[in-house]
Design a protein. Sequence first.
Length: 325
Amino acid sequence: MRALLAMGAAVAVAGASAALWWSAARADASAVQQATGQDEAARARTPYGKKLVLKDGSFQMVRDYERLGDRVRYMSAERGEWEELPASLVDWEATARAADAQAKDSAALLDKVKTQERANRVEAPLDVDASLQLASGVFLPPGEGMFAFVGGKQVTPLAQAGAGIRTDKKQLFKQIISPVPIVPGKRNVEIPGAKAKVRLSTATPEFYLREAPPAADQTTPIIHSSRPGEMGPEIELVRAAVKGNVRRLEEIRSLFGEDISNDRKVISMQRWDVAPNVFRFTLGEPLPPGEYALAEMLPDGMNLFVWDFGVDSAPAAAPASPSKK
């Protein structure tokens, strides 16, 4: 019986010792892991290293260091381990001068990189918005839309106006009272308002149209024009007829439900493909003062969202004052 009790006590003591050993081992492992984390944090804070200058003229490349009384503890940049040396061996003034010089060199390098990046952005533009130059110092503004280039030095964005279709009441009355349905119907495409907000002071503007780039999953180009085989948008410059408080762009006549004529005054233009999704339009004749609209022609007729503008007469020159004799 006594033997069994002695054996049980021995097992209990051994178990307690094992538990104490395992607890101590876990604590040591945790301390090692924490120290390793601190070392990694120190490496992250000082990735390039700095000089710890010694009084004999040599130096240690370190990632970080701290002064602890008469000792200096530092993380060696070469070996990646914490080491120590006497603080009396360190030339602290030289170490401070080395740190200042390194900070100045880093700032100079950063300024050089920024300067080079700015130069690269100027010399190698990444998109057509930044590179499409119309004249010396004049660039096409970014974004989609229609732009008027006036006088070789000014770019004016044109806003889109919504046109509407209105049935001619006189023709409709004739159809109603006529015993035979042979009177053609007439519809008018009109823009509200007698004058466009955008006014141009030249008779020979140029126009630039930038369209949205095709979608990334689109493999075939978009055909805007109604003309077979022609790529790109078909834009017409139409002179509007001012009728009261509207600007009439087109008269459409129909008979038995079918359109038989489209009457609009078109000004001749030539289209030039100057860049991807960017088109230039030049005039075939000067524009007299009046109201105008640039309209995209679709297979089923005029797009009712048009770019409208007006051309004003050039101001008359002031008469010369008589010279005094």
